[in-house]
Design a protein around this ligand. Structure first.
Ligand code: FES
Length: 111
């Protein structure tokens, strides 16, 4: 008789808790390397400015979700046209920034 998925999941968790310290350290080091590679691939270390835009909100308030997505798509296209999206300017959908005055609202961080 096969094991239930809940039982298999529990066994995986128990095995991860009981593996040796060296194994855990090695796994954590591999995970850290993967995270660093992923961050490097998207240029995290080169970010000079970061634009957070209220977009694709879970609960739209001062801006309709559809309108925020139009703004998001414009932002993506414009940053690419200007050649800055691969050159130190990052963008992130912030769900909602909760400022809620004439949204969608954007915040720019950086120098
Ligand atoms: S809906 Fe996000 S700031 Fe208003």
């Amino acid at each position: 008789m096969g094991r239930s998925s809940k039982e298999q999941s529990f066994r995986v968790r128990i095995n991860s808790l009981t593996e040796s310290h060296d194994d855990r350290s090695e796994n954590m080091s591999e995970e850290k390397d993967e995270v660093l590679k992923a961050a490097e691939a998207i240029g995290v270390g080169k970010i000079r400015r970061h634009i957070f835009l209220c977009a694709d909100q879970t609960e739209p308030k001062c801006s309709r979700k559809e309108d925020s997505l139009v703004s998001w798509n414009y932002l993506k296209r414009r940053l690419k046209e200007l050649g800055v999206s691969e050159n130190g300017v990052a963008r992130t959908k912030a769900n909602c920034l909760r400022i809620c005055r004439d949204g969608p609202t954007a915040v720019v961080r950086g120098r």
